[in-house]
Structure formats: C-alpha cells, structure tokens
Design a protein around this ligand. Sequence first.
Ligand code: C2E
Ligand code: MG
Ligand code: MG
Ligand code: MG
Length: 288
Amino acid sequence: RAKSAGGNRYELADPEADARVITRHGLTTALPAALERGEFFIEYQPLVHLGDGSVHGAEALVRWLHPQHGVLGPDRFIPLAEHTGLIVPLGRWVLEQSVRQARVWRERYGESTAAGPLRINVNLSPCQLTHPGLVQDTVDILERTGVAPDALCLEVTESALIGADDDLLKPLRRLAEMGVDIALDDFGTGYSNLANLRRLPVSVLKLDRSFTQSMQRFPADPVDLKIVEGIVALAHSLDLTVTVEGVETGAQAEQLRILGCDTAQGWYYARPGPPERLHELALVDATG
Ligand code: C2E
Ligand code: MG
Ligand code: MG
Ligand code: MG
C-alpha cells in the first residue's frame, strides 16, 4: 500500500480505507516489537527562510513501516504510543536519530546558515514533557553525539502547555537555558492567553496550517490577515521567531512573507523526505 511516488517519497496509507483492516488494538500490541525491529523511520521536511528561500534545517517526522499495512503516518500511532507509554522510548529514539542527522548536516555544511544555526526540529508529546528523564536524556544525546544545543529545537504543541504550571515548565526552562530552542507548535488552534506567552520559555511560534490555508483565497479574509499581522507583531515584540506551517503555494508564501513571518515549511518548498533530500536544496548556497 505504501507507494514510493517520485524519488524517495512515501505516500502515507489512506486512513479511511485502512481503518477497517487495521484495528487500534492490533496496532497498539504491535508497537513495542516495532521499535525493537527497527520499523520506524524518520522523514525530514526543510525549514526555509521566507526572505531568501534558503534552507536552515528540517523538522523530523516519524513514520512506521508496518510489515503488513505499509507506511503509517504519526497521526495513526502516536496517540496509541502515548496511551501505552511507548512514546517515551520512541521519542527518545527519534531525538537521538534526529540529532545524529543534524551532526551529519553540520559536518557537511557548517554549523550556521544564512538564517542562523543549522538545526533540527523534533516534536515532543505531552507525555515526554512530564517524564522525569527528559532533560537528562536530551543532555546525554547531545553529549554522545557531540552536537551543540543550538542545533536542536523541540516542538511542543500549544495545547500541551495550556494551563501549564511551573512544574511542567521547569524541564523546558532548563533546556532553554542550555541553549535548546523551544517552539510552540500548531499555534492559534488552542485557547492560550496571548499574555501567557511571556511566561513560556519559547523562542519560536509555529503558526498553524489553518492560517496558511486562509491565505490561499484572494483576496484573503481581511480578519485572518489582521489576526496573523497581530500575532506576528506580538511575537516579534517578545523576540520570538514566527514559522508558518503547511505552505503549499507561492501565493501563500508571498502573503505570509509580506505579513512579516520569518520562516516557513510546506509542500511548496519540499515534502517530508529522506535526509539526502536536504543536500539537493538551497542549504549549500545559503552557507556559501
Ligand atoms: P506537526 O508537528 O504540526 O507537523 C506538520 C505536519 O504537517 C506533518 O504531518 C507534515 O507532513 C504536514 N505538512 C507539512 N507540510 C504540509 C503542507 O504543505 N500541506 C499539508 N497539508 N501538510 C503538510 P505528519 O508528518 O503526518 O505529522 C503529523 C503530526 O504528528 C505532527 O504535526 C506532530 O504533531 C506529530 N509527530 C510527527 N512526528 C512526531 C514525533 O517524532 N513525535 C511526536 N510526539 N509527534 C510527532
Ligand atoms: Mg511539529
Ligand atoms: Mg505543527
Ligand atoms: Mg500542525
């Protein structure tokens, strides 16, 4: 079912068609062995500077090459892994693989790009945030791989931090103090108090794809334009970088650039793919 469409790209299995044959229970019980057997792999999606189109890193996105069902996307199994606790070892594996990949890129292209440090973004689930080993595991991985903390950006969803108390924020603060960037993922979909942003140890806002989608209409909804403009102004006044997700067309990229967004990610630039894909992109040009 997993087609390799053009190059090395995987087509994720169709959730609706597969729902009948793949039961939650079946996937859940198969998860631990899948990690041991090495059935997970990571695709990387380039992070692009909106000003000049240069690449300064990538987001790591995990996939499961299931022996019967083909390639499954994270929406199919991350919730199950969270439910069973497997997310902790799985997340640690993703982090280590991703940091190793960042080292390979840094060895090849240098540590900095035209748009700042060359880095890897890794998603953290709420369960990993509350797991006591998070900070030590991260420190160990960075030390083992010899990668500087500024190569790493950890993405946490806005909803995971809504109402977060100081205990939950403490590990993120420690990581931020070490020089790891923290990004607030899917921003704008939750109900977080904007003033609350000041309290969070984040340095990047990732504007949710729904905003990008509304930029496709021309002219874009004036209210959406105002909202994005307002978020960007607030973010910049707090010294946060604004990244936009899900950019699929040049028109969206242009609109979001005009609105002041800093960096972008989306199919318009590149789909998630194998790490070698980054070599074909503008990374080389960006570092001169
Ligand atoms: P996310 O972190 O918000 O990642 C962005 C999602 O948007 C990815 O879906 C990506 O493939 C997709 N995307 C990128 N560009 C475009 C575009 O132009 N158009 C559209 N329609 N989609 C685009 P994916 O890979 O299915 O991942 C879904 C979610 O799963 C991620 O959302 C993230 O929350 C979670 N996830 C992925 N990898 C991991 C992981 O290693 N650990 C944890 N805890 N969660 C992960
Ligand atoms: Mg993310
Ligand atoms: Mg996101
Ligand atoms: Mg998203």
